[in-house]
Design a protein. Structure first.
Length: 380
């Protein structure tokens, strides 16, 4: 394994920062869209699609985009992805009409998919074993830092003008310059592998990636409605509370490597989900806005462990010659979970109300995890 320069590592971390959490830049404007586009039918539902339409694009197109990344190379794909990330991400600054903006968000998803496939597969190329686990924890921490940057910046800018948060996506133009200079890629000779055996190990990971994101993405899709509509928080305050969750997301990510020495991948997944369940129940019990700075970070902590674990799990089994393909399907699974998160939870929110919704989700997760543990105990 060749030595990777610090400048290349930093560039890879910056690209990772632009992927998973970039959607949250606009979460604080979602409740306001119901007022701005009050004449549009089903605007409450359409406003939630602002951050999940990119996820739909990724979920549908990631496997196809994975083939393109493999054909045209990871470095070239990173450059193209960063350019279109910036162009489509900032489109909300000048587009009129909710449907035009939603279409730009769909196109943004294509760029995010390319960047995520490139960044994850490059980590598999650059690192192995314990070194990979440590870097993946660092990568997930940078994703969380990106979440803090996007959510706090978006919250502050949304208090000035609802369009201003879209300007944050222009940061991609700066990272593009780094990618052009520092990203390198290796080529692997084709090797004979038992592809069916590899796929058998990867399929459950894809399913768990979907469930992970469907649960974790409750935070950016439902939490702002609780903050703004029930507790009357400002966009800036909402952004700061969600950002506090991302701080602990980074802590959870950095704790992955030491925890992995004591737990296997399935146990780490169960641990992360249990922490999130506790966070949901805690949120449902809060009656004062300031207490959300205590409960929301619990969800972030669990999410940091889960995200790092699921990607490390995949790279552990994905063969080097199939890494781009496997990463593309993981990307599709994660963002499919993002897209379906508000769709699956919307009926529950409508029935129970936004406050009790978090209690129901927390208890439901705990019951599910206990059922799995009992089932495993019986089988063993």
């Amino acid at each position: 394994m060749k030595t990777i320069k610090l400048s290349t590592k930093i560039t890879l971390l910056l690209i990772s920062m632009m992927t998973m959490m970039s959607n949250v830049a606009v979460v604080t404007i979602l409740p306001r869209l119901s007022e701005i586009y009050a004449n549009v039918e089903h605007i409450a539902f359409l406003s939630r699609m602002m951050i999940t339409l990119p996820s739909l694009a990724i979920a549908i197109l990631a496997p196809f985009l994975g083939h393109l990344v493999y054909m045209y190379g990871k470095r070239r794909s990173a450059i193209v992805g960063l350019f279109f990330f910036s162009v489509t991400g900032t489109a909300g600054l000048y587009l009129d009409g909710i449907y035009a903006i939603l279409f730009s968000r769909f196109l943004l998803g294509i760029a995010i998919a390319i960047l995520m496939i490139v960044s994850t597969s490059l980590i598999g190329d650059y690192f192995k074993g314990e070194e990979r686990h440590k870097f993946m924890g660092l990568q997930s921490a940078f994703v969380s830092i990106g979440g803090i940057f996007f959510i706090v910046g978006g919250g502050m800018l949304s208090d000035m003008n609802w369009r201003y948060p879209f300007a944050i996506y222009g940061i991609g133009f700066i990272i593009l310059l780094f990618a052009m200079k520092y990203i390198i890629e290796y080529t692997y000779q084709s090797q004979v592998i038992d592809e069916e055996e590899v796929n058998h190990r990867l399929y459950p990971i894809y399913i768990m990636a979907f469930l992970l994101m469907a649960v974790f993405y409750i935070l950016p899709t439902q939490f702002p409605y609780l903050m703004i509509n029930i507790f009357h928080a400002t966009g800036e305050k909402t952004g700061l509370i969600i950002a506090s969750a991302f701080v602990f997301n980074a802590i959870g990510a950095l704790s992955f490597a030491p925890l992995k020495k004591h737990f296997d991948f399935p146990a780490m997944y169960m641990l992360g989900m249990a922490i999130i369940a506790v966070g949901f129940i805690g949120i449902s019990q809060v009656r004062s806005l300031s207490w959300f700075f205590v409960t929301a970070p619990v969800i972030g902590l669990g999410g940091g462990i889960l995200m790092t674990n699921i990607t490390a799990w995949l790279l552990h089994y994905a063969h080097s010659t199939k890494r781009v393909k496997a990463t593309a399907y993981l990307t599709s699974s994660l963002f499919l979970g993002q897209f379906f998160s508000p769709i699956l939870t919307y009926p529950v929110v409508h029935y129970f109300g936004i406050v009790d919704f978090f209690k129901v989700m927390g208890i439901g997760l705990i019951v599910t995890l206990l059922s799995v543990l009992v089932y495993k105990k019986i089988r063993s």
